[in-house]
Design a protein around this ligand. Structure first.
Ligand SMILES: [Zn+2]
Length: 98
C-alpha cells in the first residue's frame, strides 16, 4: 500500500496555537524568523504525536486527550512568545504601544 503519510499532530496544533495566540503579544515581532523561533521552541519541548494518514485521512486512532494536549501546547507557546519577544533574533522590535 502506498500513499501513507506520517503527520505530527503536535506540529499542527502548535501552528494553530500560534495563529490563535500571536495577537495576545503586542510586543511580538511576528516576522518569519520570529514565527519560526516560537514554533521551534515549542516543538523541541513537546513530545511528538505521529499519526499515519492516507490521502489526508487519519488511519490510526489518535487516543490522546486533545484538550489536555492543547492546554500543554498553549502554555509552552506562551513561554516561546515571551522568550522570542524579549530577544528577537531578527533584531527588530515592534514600536511599543503606549
Ligand atoms: Zn522578528
Amino acid at each position: 500500500m502506498t500513499g501513507i503519510v506520517l503527520r505530527n499532530m503536535v506540529e499542527e496544533h502548535v501552528i494553530e496555537a500560534y495563529n490563535n495566540l500571536a495577537g495576545h503579544f503586542p510586543k511580538f515581532c511576528g516576522c518569519d524568523t520570529c514565527r519560526a523561533d516560537v514554533l521551534v521552541f515549542a516543538l523541541n519541548r513537546l513530545p511528538a504525536r505521529y499519526v499515519a494518514t492516507t490521502e489526508g485521512k487519519v488511519v490510526t486512532e489518535f487516543n490522546l486527550d486533545k484538550d489536555q494536549m492543547r492546554a500543554t501546547i498553549d502554555v509552552t507557546m506562551m513561554d516561546g512568545f515571551k522568550k522570542v519577544a524579549s530577544a528577537p533574533r531578527c533584531g527588530k522590535t515592534k514600536p511599543q504601544l503606549l
